[in-house]
Design a protein around this ligand. Structure first.
Ligand code: CP
Ligand code: NVA
Length: 305
């Protein structure tokens, strides 16, 4: 790994991503074959959560345990962070007790500031800007199901949110063609789209029917992300038609896979029918969070023992 932290996929080289995915495949193999991998014995990961989580908390906590270490859950509501203690002080305190920090928060700048003041690796467990751990698991799942990434078409339909930003960067860095359908006013980050245009095959449209053509892997995400709940009613109107359904699937490549980071809102961004038809792929994707994050923690934290 060329990096000390995992703050966003933009920071990683293609070789870093391949190293993470290869290590994750090995972690998955070891677990399935009951081969212990206690490379983080005696280490502690602090997990700061300013937003809710099922998968991220569980997979990091279980992952640390399986690597021989321990994970500590710090809800911002119940820690001094929630009472205004600066992130730079939190970073310096946690660096004296722990060996790594995972943070789920709102502003990406909070993640970057934490990393600037911490002397231990920092992992982004989701910000408003990006969700790198999720997209590493997504890339792992596509590669597992389709044996490669390069040259495949990734389609994203919906909100130009944290998932869209990370999928665009991750897909382009791995040589995928990326096509994104978003309604006006809900586009991915401008710097992300600029990166995609400069570095690969990227298409932005407001029509899901265009983005889905010949897609090999189709993604969507909730219409209102965490922190946008007050905007949910307006979003339900803006996102009408931005749904993965049978008509969209009929435009994709035969054998295309469907991915969803979860939680899913059936009847909104995806129909119950498509969700259930692709449930195995979607839950494999959720499982792969565990393997890919163990790989990330091993690669970032093992050398700091
Ligand atoms: N996909 C994901 O990050 O799930 P959680 O919000 O449950 O952690
Ligand atoms: N875009 C969603 C992803 C949840 C894992 C959110 O930020 O709420």
């Amino acid at each position: 790994m060329t990096q000390k932290n995992l703050l966003k996929l933009m920071d990683l080289t293609q070789e870093d991503i391949t190293e993470i995915l290869d290590t994750a495949d090995q972690m998955k193999y070891n677990l399935k074959h009951h081969i212990p991998h206690p490379s983080l014995q005696g280490q502690t990961l602090a997990m700061i959560f300013e937003k809710s989580s099922t998968r991220t908390r569980t997979s990091f906590e279980v992952g640390m345990y399986q690597l021989g270490g321990h994970a500590l859950f710090l809800s911002s509501k119940e820690s001094q962070l929630g009472r205004g203690e600066p992130i730079e002080d939190t970073a310096r305190v946690l660096s004296r007790y722990c060996n790594g920090i995972m943070i789920r928060t709102y502003a990406q700048s909070q993640v970057e500031d934490l990393a600037q003041y911490a002397t231990i690796p920092v992992i982004n467990g989701l910000s408003d800007f990006c969700h790198p751990c999720q997209v590493l698991a997504d890339l792992m799942t596509i590669r597992e199901k389709m044996t490669r990434l390069e040259g495949l078409k990734l389609c994203y339909i919906g909100d130009g949110n944290n998932m869209a930003n990370s999928l665009i960067v991750g897909g382009i860095k791995c040589g995928m063609k990326v096509s994104v359908a978003c309604p006006d006013g809900y586009l991915p980050d401008a710097s992300v789209m600029e990166f995609a245009r400069q570095n690969g095959q990227f298409e932005l449209t407001d029509q899901p029917e265009i983005a889905a053509v010949d897609a090999d892997a189709l993604f969507t995400d909730v219409w209102a992300s965490m922190g946008m709940e007050q905007d949910a009613a307006a979003r339900r109107i803006a996102f009408q038609g931005y749904q993965i359904n049978d008509a969209i699937m009929s435009l994709a490549h035969p054998g295309a896979i469907v991915q969803h980071c979860l939680p899913a809102h059936r009847g909104e961004e995806i129909t119950a029918q498509v969700f259930e038809a692709h449930a195995d792929e979607i839950f494999e994707e959720a499982e792969n969070r565990l393997h890919v994050q163990k790989a990330v923690m091993h690669l970032l934290m093992h050398k700091n023992k």
